[in-house]
Write a protein that binds this ligand. Structure first.
Ligand code: NIG
Ligand code: FE
Length: 415
């Protein structure tokens, strides 16, 4: 039996519960001052405020060498619920095009964008992709992330989609960060199927999905429902096929144009809908009705120079709001969730309390892990961050510095 103890916590800030928080509940977090946390075998067994008891549940606490939080802020480990972690190459060449006024879809339609990353990903070996993604995961962990979703979607051919999912599995086995895999064969119709879209969708649904199910790594199926990418009907077809193979639906919706993706998300009962930058009122209504988590990606809005999702309207409508990085080589070459936290306050005008829930418990709910991570409570996995910060406001307000002091994963100090 291994025991750990965190003492001298100036402020412990955490949402509570095993499911997503919506409406006023999103900001109703627990704040404890002068707090302590008891951990047994990687799980939290006790959380308290005030003087440390001598004895907790029959355990003599003075026999444990504590981790001293030095009066600082402690939160749950951050959950990055949306990343395109597995890709070959980068796309810094697109920056110049962007600065000369080319739009994201113009670059994509000219063979740049997802297609160019697909070419690089197909060329890369499983080992090369593993090493590259491992480096990114190390960096994420340094910014306070302890759980991360990762999508395939730059293979766009059965063997390469399978390879990307295998890389996620490899990393999950060797890296402290817990990874959850999403199959995203419907990220783009690749060049070789441009004149035969229906055949590519058939390939995704009838050839890739059985292989993905057999491989047993992916939990979710995602689709890029967007103008010039996949229509609402094509997206519905892909997500319904995914359901037959036990993959829960996720959807990139309303990122650039509102073509109906968020409405579909609610209709189909997606676990989450992503981006939602231009989500219309009927989309918000559908998300609320369908119990869909809105997974917002403000660093992508920032990088694209686009608007910001109507986060406040979503909270008001009773949609649980999560926030994630969208780390990818095109629309968001940024994996820093602390920047996402800043943008959540400054651009979405969410409160620090709402933002904390968005990057912990609601993010965990977006990947079906809210029963295990996303809050500091007895019964949850002991994933925590000690911040070089006195309180929650401070990490929302300071920009551009890494404020993480210590990252604890399953009770072990990993950074
Ligand atoms: O979430 N929107 C689709 N997929 C990514 C971008 C992928 C890329 O540009 O490589 C996103 O923004
Ligand atoms: Fe994305």
């Amino acid at each position: 039996m291994s025991m750990e103890l965190i003492t001298n916590i100036g402020m412990l800030a955490t949402p509570q519960g095993k499911g997503p928080k919506k409406g006023a509940e999103q900001g109703a977090i627990q704040i404890l001052k002068n707090a302590w946390v008891v951990i047994q075998d990687g799980a939290i067994i006790g959380v308290g405020e005030g003087p440390l008891p001598q004895n907790f549940d029959g355990i003599e606490l003075s026999t444990i060498t504590p981790i001293d939080a030095e009066g600082k802020l402690v939160t749950p480990g951050l959950v990055d619920a949306h990343t395109h972690l597995i890709f070959g190459g980068w796309r810094q060449n697109e920056l110049g095009l962007k600065l000369h006024g080319k739009t994201y879809l113009e670059i994509q339609n000219a063979g740049g964008g997802i297609q160019s990353t697909t070419n690089a990903t197909r060329k890369a070996t499983e080992e090369e992709l593993t090493q590259k993604a491992k480096k990114a995961l190390d960096e994420m962990m340094g910014f306070g992330v302890t759980t991360c979703e990762a999508k395939s979607g730059y293979g766009l051919a059965t063997e390469h989609e399978r390879k990307a999912l295998q890389v996620i599995q490899n990393l999950n086995e060797c890296h402290p960060i817990d990874l959850v895999a999403t199959f995203m064969g419907a990220h783009l119709v690749p060049a070789e199927y441009k004149t035969n879209r229906a055949e590519y969708i058939r390939l995704v649904c009838e050839e890739m999905m059985p292989v993905v199910k057999e491989q047993g790594i992916a939990k979710f199926c995602d689709v890029f429902c967007e103008a010039d990418t996949f229509t609402v009907e094509e997206s519905r077809q892909v997500l319904e096929a995914g359901l037959k193979y036990g993959l829960r639906p996720k959807i990139h919706a309303d990122e650039i144009e509102a073509i109906g993706g968020s409405v579909l998300a609610g209709e189909i009962g997606a676990i989450s809908a992503e981006h939602l930058i231009v989500c219309p009122p009927e989309g918000i209504e559908s998300l609320a009705k369908g119990g869909v988590v809105a997974c917002l990606l403000p660093a992508t809005s920032f990088y694209l120079g686009a608007g910001f999702a109507p986060a406040r309207d979503m909270v008001n409508a009773g949609v649980p709001v999560a926030m994630a990085s969208d780390f990818n080589p095109g629309s968001c070459p940024c994996l820093n969730l602390q920047f996402v936290i800043n943008l959540g306050c400054l651009k979405y005008k969410l409160t620090p309390e709402e933002v904390l829930t968005a990057v912990t418990l609601n993010a965990a709910a977006a990947i079906d892990l809210a029963d295990r991570v996303g809050s500091v409570e007895p019964g949850k996995q002991a994933d925590l961050v000690i911040w070089d910060a006195p309180d929650l406001d401070y990490i929302c307000y300071r920009m551009g510095s890494n404020l993480v002091q210590t990252v604890i994963k399953k009770g072990v100090v990993v950074r």
